[in-house]
Design a protein around this ligand. Structure first.
Ligand code: FES
Length: 320
């Protein structure tokens, strides 16, 4: 059986086990959340040994070159020596402000202790008291302050703290950023389709503002879905933005209890109702994994090219 060596201590990686399982089983406090290679909470760095390619899927080339990998997706066939991420991939941050945006969502501003390269639409992992959870970046304010939108998950390990208790000066550790759901300038005449549920709005908010700041001229369609109207947030701000920028079309929708100005229907139905043809569009999809998969299929069948579709599915934490 291969061995994984972490900070000088060796642990056997059993049949079918991941590096994460082996380290946790050996009592190492490795942060983790989704256990599906999606959130980035468990990323470690190998200093010797060979990393299976699937353990590096979705990471930036620079991180791959430094030996970073998802411990939850790593099933090694030979010995590995690993360590936590180092400088340049981790930072310290303090809470700058916390503002409720709805009954269940708060805007959290984090102040990094040093300039931090991150683009709205990417996500990062916050760690506090041994718990790690990932959140999308909704905005940057200067080179050190990042804005997150946090949805309170009842009984959650971090979101209730961030939504209800976090106070200015509280310290957290930040790891990342990860993800490719970002606006890239250079094609200002390509229509954009942004669709998401819940705090899937956070990366879309970032992409929308980056597009407007870059002078994007083509239509930008933003669809935000929720179960009920209370699940939507920033509705007035987005309506005002659409009034100010005629190329922006904002369409909030709900499954139940629709009211004036809010459509009824599932997200994929509402998107296709308004955009039966998506050929040539750049598409960004964020939020609940099932809905992201469903909308992706619909917009692809409606004409969008797979290479023009970026998605960020919020895979929930799985902790034993
Ligand atoms: S990526 Fe491994 S726990 Fe989420």
């Amino acid at each position: 059986m291969p061995l994984v060596v972490y900070e000088g201590r060796s642990h056997e990686v059993g049949e079918g086990q991941s590096v994460l399982d082996a380290l946790l089983g050996g009592g190492e406090p490795i942060p983790h959340a989704c256990r599906a290679g999606a959130c980035g909470a468990c990323i470690l760095r190998a200093t010797s040994g060979s990393i299976p390619p699937e353990a590096q899927a979705g990471l930036r080339d620079a991180w791959k070159a430094r030996g970073c990998f998802h411990a939850c997706r790593c099933h090694p066939t030979a010995d590995l020596t690993v360590e936590p991420l180092g400088e340049g991939m981790r930072a310290h941050a303090t809470v700058e402000a916390r503002v409720p945006l709805s009954a269940t969502v708060s805007r959290v501003l984090l102040r990094l202790d040093a300039p931090f390269e991150a683009t709205p639409g990417q996500y990062l992992t916050l760690q506090r008291n041994g718990v790690a959870r990932s959140f999308s970046i909704a905005a940057r304010h200067g080179d050190r302050t990042l804005e997150l939108h946090v949805q309170r998950v009842p009984g959650g390990a971090m979101s209730p703290y961030l939504c209800d208790e976090a106070k200015p000066g509280d310290a957290l550790s930040v790891q990342g950023p990860l993800g490719f759901c970002v606006y890239t300038a250079g094609q200002p005449d390509q229509p954009l389709l942004l669709a998401g549920t819940g705090t899937g709005l956070a990366p879309l908010w970032g992409i929308l503002h980056d597009a407007l700041a870059a002078g994007h001229r083509a239509p930008i369609y933003l669809f935000h879905g929720a179960v009920r109207p209370e699940g939507l947030y920033l509705v007035d701000e987005l309506r005002a933005l659409a009034e100010e920028h005629p190329q922006v079309q904002y369409r909030p929708s709900v499954l139940l209890d629709s009211r004036e100005g809010i459509e009824e229907g599932s997200l994929e139905q509402v998107v296709i109702r308004h955009l039966p043809k998506t050929t040539g569009m750049r598409v960004f999809l964020c939020g609940a994994p099932e809905l992201v998969a469903l909308v992706k299929k619909k917009v692809f069948l409606a004409g969008a090219s797979m290479r023009d579709i970026s998605s960020d599915a919020f895979v929930p934490a799985k902790t034993p």
